[in-house]
Write a protein that binds this ligand. Structure first.
Ligand code: MRU
Length: 334
């Protein structure tokens, strides 16, 4: 996997040799982004299946269950993680000899990786119809190829609009405290030749109120049945400012990010990460906070569905009322 902590300074690839190492890479955000951590966990569990020294299938499944727990507990908010692990565990239930089961896990993980790319392309095709020539789009966090297996969710939509020849401009929220926007989205936009400017998160209200952004696009880590969306911290403030200023707000999510088992966003677990991510920022080699300063660091927030214009999925663009239309769209056969 690409070590996302090293970008944009260095493009480094790290190899994870076992499931615990994959779980570590997810927890320390070597790999990040809901679909990317889901598929990484799937490969991690497939590795556990290949490496288990169990002599029979029940003992092998017990090894898998323990690796599954380690992987799922790496990060709590993105439902893609548990979804991916459970999909691999279901394959492990097949009535087959051990050697075949080991192979099946690996091919299932590869299928999930391929599906993720196809899903993202489909969302990009659908979602790009929402972008007009000349639009300036405000984007939060990183939702591009780095956050997925390839192509991206919200950034994939933006990239498709650019490839269609639409002249667009992206305002990139820097996305404190880990700066996924400034470090990763800006780096990706540069690769794609899409013009952009990084803005501090607090500047988004200014751009929205002064009519300098026509659309807001972001991804999600988990979407509840009523359309409430958990995404990177700061998304809620952005959506509030956009809604107040009549700027359309779009969340782009593969169906693997939707959790219909949760009635609303209040039930989505919100990860709180180490305070050092907030306190450790240095300018010219010096800490910006007083010694001994305290911090709180929720990594995600919930944007109520009432602030969203639409949710773009690979099965269609879903408009309110989300409580009815989300489940119906996702259950429809394509
Ligand atoms: O903490 P991160 O960087 O993993 O958070 C990622 C996000 O919040 C993304 O917006 C989300 O995963 C959707 S990207 C496909």
């Amino acid at each position: 996997m690409i070590d996302q902590r090293a970008l944009p300074a260095r493009l480094e690839v790290v190899a994870c040799q076992n499931a615990s190492r994959v779980a570590e890479a997810i927890a320390d955000m070597t790999v990040r982004g809901a679909p990317a951590i889901g598929v990484s966990a799937a490969f991690g569990l497939a590795l556990a299946g290949l490496q288990s020294t169990a002599a029979d299938v029940p003992a092998w499944r017990a090894d898998l269950a323990s690796a599954a727990e380690t992987l799922i507990s790496a990060r709590p908010t993105a439902v893609n993680l548990a979804w991916a692990v459970h999909r691999i565990l279901r394959v492990a239930e097949a009535n087959l000899p051990l050697a075949d089961l080991r192979e099946r896990l690996l091919s299932e993980a590869q299928r999930m990786a391929d599906e993720d790319v196809a899903t993202n392309r489909r969302m990009a095709e659908l979602g790009s119809a929402l972008i007009q020539d000349g639009d300036t789009i405000l984007h939060h966090c990183n939702t591009g190829a780095l956050a997925t297996v390839d192509w991206g969710t919200a950034l994939g939509v933006i990239r498709m609009a650019h490839e269609q020849g639409k002249l667009i401009f992206v305002l990139v929220d820097e996305t404190r405290p880990r700066l996924q926007g400034a470090r990763l989205t800006a780096w990706e936009l540069q690769q794609y030749g899409i013009p952009y400017a990084i803005i501090s998160d607090g500047a988004s209200g200014y751009f929205l109120r002064s009519g300098q952004a026509q659309k807001v696009f972001f991804g999600a880590d988990r979407v509840a049945a009523n359309g409430d969306v958990a995404n990177k911290i700061g998304t809620y403030m952005l959506a509030l400012a956009a809604h107040t200023n009549d700027v359309p707000v779009y969340s782009v999510v593969p169906s693997t990010t939707v959790d219909l088992s949760l009635a609303n966003g209040d039930q989505i677990p919100i990860e709180e990460r180490d305070a050092d991510e907030v306190l450790g920022i240095q300018i010219k080699g010096e800490s910006v906070v007083p010694t001994g300063a305290k911090a709180r660091n929720p990594a995600f927030d919930v944007t109520p569905h009432s602030l969203l214009t639409a949710i773009v999925t690979e099965k269609g663009i879903v408009y309110p009322p989300f409580i009815e239309n989300l489940a119906r769209t996702l259950r429809a056969e394509n």
